[in-house]
Design a protein around this ligand. Structure first.
Ligand code: GLU
Length: 449
């Protein structure tokens, strides 16, 4: 428990923990937000009186369902599906679907809770939600993935709609899965409702830049943090964990902006390539062939692969955790600071542990929390919804410009709010406070909901 958290917030937090036993990641995400809210409750006593925090921490609706499917041998499998519709006061529920064996209610709720605030920061009309399943897509055939997606959507479709709830991808859910899910939704409802899912293929209502958006946005956000400190990517060594969609496009944009990315990873180990990561090869291995990152060294003899290693051992000035939650610990943060770290931009959701965040803040590192730094993905989903609603499609250049502007706006809001509330340079406070106030005001305006 942090020292700043006042008694009122502390007791609200304890009540939330008690009401939601065993949901550790959810508790962590709630704690991180509440930690920033002391001065907000002083400035806006009505938020406390009307129990806005307690209402926000209770999802509007939680759906848990059975997903039966058959593999290629005809064997039956049963997975668990989730959709937690957290808050819809700024717009229809919006947030991705995660397919990963670690998924349980606590993970979906942490992601859904974060999503409320992240989506508010984009300034676009989207509420917060998250969903997914404990299904493991690793090693499954296209046919098995399709069977699973069709069964998942056969239950989920009744809860969705372009004005109700609009899912997208997250870990384990990319273009292929969204295609199967959209096909099944269309088939069951007999409606070509483009705006019901985002991250669609470009042939059927998807938006240019959506695939790149989370990574590009994260790179833009860090560029802004560096700019404020009169720095740039030029000549900086960067490390990007992960090798999925977010990591790939973070590497691409950082490289374009003058930085040198020397390491990336997957869940088995990491690649260290002093000369700079060969992005085309990573893309071929991961996106096209769905292989492991260790195969990289077959093509580059001067690169090293460290099986089971810790990517944060690699010295860098810019660290971009783009893999998964709690991947960067207090010890990792200490090592990074010792090695000359300047900035951290979270491409993943909650990748740094609370101890790690504290280390960065005490060392005055420019630290961009996920809900601000990785908001470019969902922001571009909202741009996809705009294009779908007007039956239009925008050029790559125009869409990327919109994304860059959204990211610099988010940076500015976080920066200014942190200053206004007496903690200059603290992007965690800036992001939490600015987004919370926006959501809380909308909730109060709508009465007791
Ligand atoms: N899963 C992404 C996120 O964490 C994107 C969600 C969306 O586009 O709806 O923000």
């Amino acid at each position: 428990m942090s020292v700043q958290m006042n008694e009122q917030l502390e007791s609200i937090y304890q009540e939330i923990v008690k009401r939601n036993p065993g949901e550790q990641e959810f508790h962590q995400a709630v704690h991180e937000v509440l930690d920033s809210l002391g001065p907000v409750l002083v400035k806006y006593p009505e938020f406390g009186k009307r129990k806005v925090i307690q209402r926000l921490a209770e999802p509007e609706r939680q759906i848990i369902f059975r997903v039966p499917w058959t593999d290629d041998k005809g064997e039956v499998h049963i997975n668990r599906g989730f959709r937690v519709e957290f808050n819809s006061c700024l717009g229809p529920y919006k947030g991705g679907l995660r397919f990963h064996p670690s998924v349980y209610l606590g993970i979906i709720k942490f992601l859904g809770f974060e999503q409320i605030f992240k989506n508010a920061l984009t300034g676009l009309p989207i509420g917060g939600a998250k969903g997914g399943s404990d299904f493991d897509p690793k090693g499954k055939s296209d046919n098995e993935i399709m069977n699973f997606c069709q069964s998942f959507m056969t239950e989920l479709y009744r809860h969705l709609g372009e004005y109700t709830d609009v899912p997208a991808g997250d870990i384990g859910v990319g273009g292929r899965e969204i295609g199967f899910l959209f096909g099944q939704y269309k088939r069951i409802t007999n409606r070509y409702e483009s705006g019901v899912l985002t991250g669609k293929g470009l042939d059927y209502g998807g938006s240019l830049v959506r695939k790149e958006a989370t990574g590009y946005g994260a790179a833009f956000f860090v560029q802004e943090m560096l700019r404020v400190r009169k720095q740039s990517y030029e000549g900086k060594t960067c490390v990007v964990s992960g090798a999925g969609n977010v990591a790939i496009y973070t590497i691409e944009k950082i490289t374009e902006l003058g930085g040198k990315v020397v390491a990336c990873s997957d869940s088995n180990g990491y690649i260290h390539h002093e000369k700079g990561i060969d992005l085309e090869l990573v893309r071929q291995l991961k996106e096209v062939e769905r292989r492991r990152i260790k195969d990289y060294v077959e093509y580059h003899k001067d690169a090293k692969y460290i099986e089971g290693g810790n990517i944060w051992d690699v010295p860098c000035q810019v660290a971009m955790p783009c893999a998964t939650q709690n991947e960067l610990t207090g010890k990792d943060a200490e090592k990074l600071v010792k090695h000359g770290l300047i900035a951290v931009g979270e491409g993943a959701n909650m990748p740094t542990t609370p101890e790690g965040v504290r280390v960065f803040q005490n060392a005055n590192i420019a630290y961009g929390p996920g809900k601000a730094t990785n908001a470019g993905g969902v922001a571009t989903s909202a741009l996809e919804m705009q294009q779908n609603a007007s039956r239009d499609s925008w050029s790559f250049e125009y869409t990327e410009k919109r994304l860059a502007k959204i990211m610099s706006n988010i940076h500015e809001i976080c920066y200014e709010t942190a200053e206004e509330f007496g903690t200059p340079g603290n992007y965690v406070n800036g992001a939490n406070i600015a987004s919370f106030i926006k959501v809380a005001k909308a909730m109060l305006a709508m009465g007791l909901i």
